[in-house]
Design a protein around this ligand. Structure first.
Ligand SMILES: *Cc1c(COP(=O)(O)O)cnc(C)c1O
Ligand SMILES: [Zn+2]
Length: 397
């Protein structure tokens, strides 16, 4: 089935288990460690000829950092110019030095496009019929759009009634096949995982965030922050659901550091909604097994996840970076969404507002100070979830 999969990847790229360090060659279909069953991560070659000067002659976005991505230079990307999103200072609601990285400016309106351009490019090179994802909505919207562009089928597995209207509309618009399951996101993910990963079905390539190759696209968010600020920030706040993004962003910073392209590292702060905070709980109890939540509840549907598949990666990211996890209430999320919208003109969906809410919580708790250089990742666009806006925002108030 796979057309010379080794030619897809850059020389020297390997896969390593995040728990037992078992290492093997780059392989698009290996998601779980054959020794211990934990997740795999992509390891880039120890040497790299990346140069900011060369890169900056290219368009600002994911593929500007081509040498830092694991795909070989011969692979033609399936791209819509994703990434290259604005880093916006928010001086009316915070001190100088606080920025919002507005991922709503991506082609389908969320950071998922960064991972999808890489994931779909691999799927296309493999010669599969299509791709499959479980999703709270944005992964489905992104996969549907990029699959359409690549001429691949797209199957999305969604929690019935748990997907914001804008995201569902995008999946329909781009012609995805929609399968609804009763239950929360975690059950939808389980379904896809069993089918593809455990039963070894290989006609559809899975692009959830247990796929380490997809996360390679998402790490470019770190590259862009450094590219613009010309140094790493002190703190990065990231809304955490399945925990792939915070892991990927940290990996990006670490790789820049390992290649000598930056000389210090930021602290990563993961933000979860109070009713869906398995990692906040796990972190607080210093547990080495996940304290899952059976019925996650929050208005922020993109982070309504009780069993984050990347939980161990995220714990390690936060631990290595000497960061922490904080939780915020739905009221705090709505307040932050309102302030971003009314004082700064930045329209985000509820999950994205969690990073500002988390920053405010961290200030209160004395975890960060006001003058630190801080980036708040605003993961998705306001239009994703018009119903929440109608519910919480009144006309001309
Ligand atoms: C997917 C998503 C998240 C959560 O990202 P994870 O990688 O699952 O932690 C947060 N916000 C938005 C808008 C998303 O689409
Ligand atoms: Zn292992």
């Amino acid at each position: 089935m796979s057309k010379q999969s080794n030619a897809i990847f850059r020389d020297g790229v390997t896969l390593r288990c995040i728990a037992c360090n078992y290492t093997t060659s780059a392989e698009p279909w290996l998601f779980l460690c054959p020794k211990c069953g934990n997740l795999m991560e992509v390891v880039m070659p120890s040497k790299n000829n990346f140069s900011w000067d060369v890169a900056r002659k290219r368009r600002f976005g994911v593929w500007r950092y081509r040498e830092l991505l694991p795909l070989s230079n011969d692979v033609e990307p399936i791209t819509m110019g994703e990434g290259g999103t604005p880093l916006i200072s928010v001086n009316r609601i915070a001190n100088r030095g606080v920025f919002v990285k507005f991922e709503g400016a991506n082609p389908t309106g969320s950071f998922k496009d960064r991972g999808m351009t890489v994931g779909i490019t691999i799927a296309k090179s493999l010669g599969v019929e299509g791709v499959i994802v479980a999703s709270t909505g944005n992964t489905a919207a992104s996969a549907a759009a990029y699959a359409a562009r690549a001429g691949l089928q797209c199957v999305v597995v969604l929690p019935r009634g748990g997907v914001a209207r804008g995201k569902l509309a995008q999946a329909l618009l781009h012609g995805a096949k929609i399968v609804e399951v009763d239950g929360v996101f975690d059950e939808a993910l389980e379904e896809v995982f069993t089918e593809v990963v455990l039963n070894g079905k290989r006609d559809l390539y899975p692009l959830n965030s247990y796929n380490p190759w997809r996360l390679e696209g998402q790490k470019t968010l770190a590259f862009e922050i450094v590219d613009e600020l010309e140094e790493p920030p002190d703190y990065v706040f990231v809304p955490v659901g399945n925990a792939g993004n915070i892991s990927a962003i940290w990996k990006g910073f670490k790789e820049l550091y390992n290649y000598g392209l930056i000389n210090r590292l930021p602290r990563m702060i993961g933000v979860q909604a109070e009713g869906a905070a398995p990692l906040v709980r796990t972190w607080a109890l210093k547990s080495r097994s996940l304290m899952a939540i059976e019925k996650p509840v929050t208005i922020a549907s993109a982070i309504r996840i009780g069993k984050p598949v990347n939980w161990l990666k995220a714990l390690k990211a936060v631990e290595e970076s000497r960061g922490t996890f904080v939780s915020v209430s739905d009221e705090e999320i709505v307040k932050s969404m309102k302030d971003l919208a009314m004082y700064e003109g930045i329209g985000v969906e509820p999950a994205s507002a969690a990073s500002l809410a988390g920053y405010r919580k961290a200030l209160e708790l004395g975890i960060v100070d006001r003058d630190s250089v801080t980036v708040l990742v605003a993961t998705g666009h306001a239009l994703k979830d018009p119903d929440t806006i109608s519910k919480y925002f009144s006309r001309g108030e």
